[in-house]
Design a protein around this ligand. Sequence first.
Ligand code: AIR
Length: 230
Amino acid sequence: MTSKTTTAGAKPSARSAFETATGKSTKAPAALSAKPSVGKATRRSANESAKPLVRAAPKRSRKETARALVAILMGSSSDLDVMGEGAKVLEELGIAHEVVVTSAHRSPLETARYAESARDRGLQVLIVGAGLAAHLAGAVAAHTTLPVLGVPLESGPLRGMDALLATVQMPAGVPVGTLAIGTAGARNAALLAAQILALSDSRLARALKGRKAAMTAAVGGLLKRFPEGK
Ligand code: AIR
């Protein structure tokens, strides 16, 4: 189990993991463990979703908790089903990660603080998904020199085209590597994050090579020849 589980604080009196990490007294974006929380996060209405999700942290010793190398951020808990696909890929590859809900518009200060402190907390790649006017990846990229991979999400009448343009059309100087809309983008962002980490991790490089070989083997090949026997 390599997911880093941080929470906004199970008890009202407890300092949040975000607060502890940043040294700043602020409401933290909710950081969810990818494995246990994907598909289980409480769905909430739009006007509630700026508030951090609060989950009780499973009891775990320091030794057992690997430091997160990748963060998956998303603008709303309603994005979790799609972004969770990226978390599954990281899980399969054994990459320690954390999953966070924070919004460029509903919790802008928390988003900025998270991005500013990410490198110092040991994170190496940030995957950021949002729908509609999807400014989250750009807002995060504005506050960090870590690589930011943007995933535009389908949400609303424009079916992700709005999010695609908002994510990809960054001004020069603030790069966001933008992936495809939706699930393919979420999965590919995780693979790209893995490929970045694999530049200095030969175990991971081998795992990615094996994955590619398995993918190639799964492609069908010749289905029919006509006339037969030629
Ligand atoms: N969003 C949240 N804050 C800013 C933006 N752009 C996005 C979320 C989600 C969509 O708005 O990333 O895809 C709808 O969010 P909700 O919470 O209303 O379901």
